[in-house]
Design a binder for this molecule. Sequence first.
Ligand code: B12
Length: 302
Amino acid sequence: MSDSKIYSIGLISSLTGVKEATLRKWESRYGYPDPQRSDSGRRYYSQTHLNNLISIKEQVDTGIPIRKAIKNLKKNILPGQVNDDRSFNGRKAYAVALEGLKAHDLELCKSELRKMLNKGDLIECVEQVLAPMMVEVGECWYRGEISPYQEHCISSLLELALIEASMKKRVTRRGKNILLTTPYGELHTLGLSLLEIVLASIGGRCLNIGGGLSFQEVCKAVHAYSIEIVCISVSLYCKPRITHQYLAELRASLPEQVALWVGGQGINLMKSLPAGVTYCATVGEAADLYSSLPNYNRPPVK
Ligand code: B12
């Protein structure tokens, strides 16, 4: 294929049906397309860019997230082709992990958790496998299939598997300083750990201080470590009125330039959030928000 032909951003936009602003956004967030630049900074796209963008647009139109479509392209996976990542059945792995837990076979449980974290797309794994698995753990307890000590066991095995996986996925570049914690008195910290591995994989410098500190302590940590984003995970255990008050006090005490993001199932119980608090429904949404921030340096895609 000849790559000698070049296209301006306007022409690429009309040939692919992707808006110019969207092309620029994909470039800064996902590193693709990666056009040549003239001395004056004007973008020039090749024939390969055109062909690939048509394929990406086709995938996006069928509902594949743009992040995934660009990843597919980098792995040479064409639309309609079977993606190895998808052939891994995360739900089956989590069913096996839960069987291991119920049968007191913690080695089996551990190895399934490791498998889940090492296969496929990390965000999909967190959103579609690990978080639903923990909800199922709660259901198993409710049905009397497991005891609280087993709930503790799988929580700590998951924390361990997340630490191991994040050592492998470590990104060395300098990103924004992010503090992760839960509201005062709240010890459900797995949401934090799941968010941490995702933000760290796109360059966030995460400091997960676990759960239960007062807002005054959180503020001290923000100052001590020059934190730019504070993430709070709110579980179903958190009382909505108390959480609202905690978030309002925290927001009022944080410097204005420090962003305050919240997420977790407990937010759904709240009628409203204090001003200046940003809700992210999923870790994928938080990842998109992070990568849209000014001065975001995209880490190399592995
Ligand atoms: C695991 C678990 C525990 C573990 C916690 C281990 C740990 N390190 O976290 C242990 C066994 C210790 C525990 C203890 C308790 N638990 Co518990 N626990 C659970 C369970 C089964 C799963 C929670 C979980 O990890 N969910 C998975 C998270 C990761 O999902 P998520 O919140 O949706 O988060 C996702 C996104 O929203 C996002 N996200 C999360 N946070 C954030 C933040 C930001 C900024 C962003 C962007 C995104 C984001 O990331 C996640 C991935 O997609 C739930 C059941 C349930 N349905 O929630 C009960 C549950 C929350 N626990 C409950 C209870 C009652 C307790 C105890 C009081 C039990 C007791 N008698 O001791 C204690 C309380 C501890 C305390 N003081 O906080 C109740 C709460 C109900 C209520 N109304 O009070 C629940 C709902 C169980 C039930 N059905 O009764 N628990």
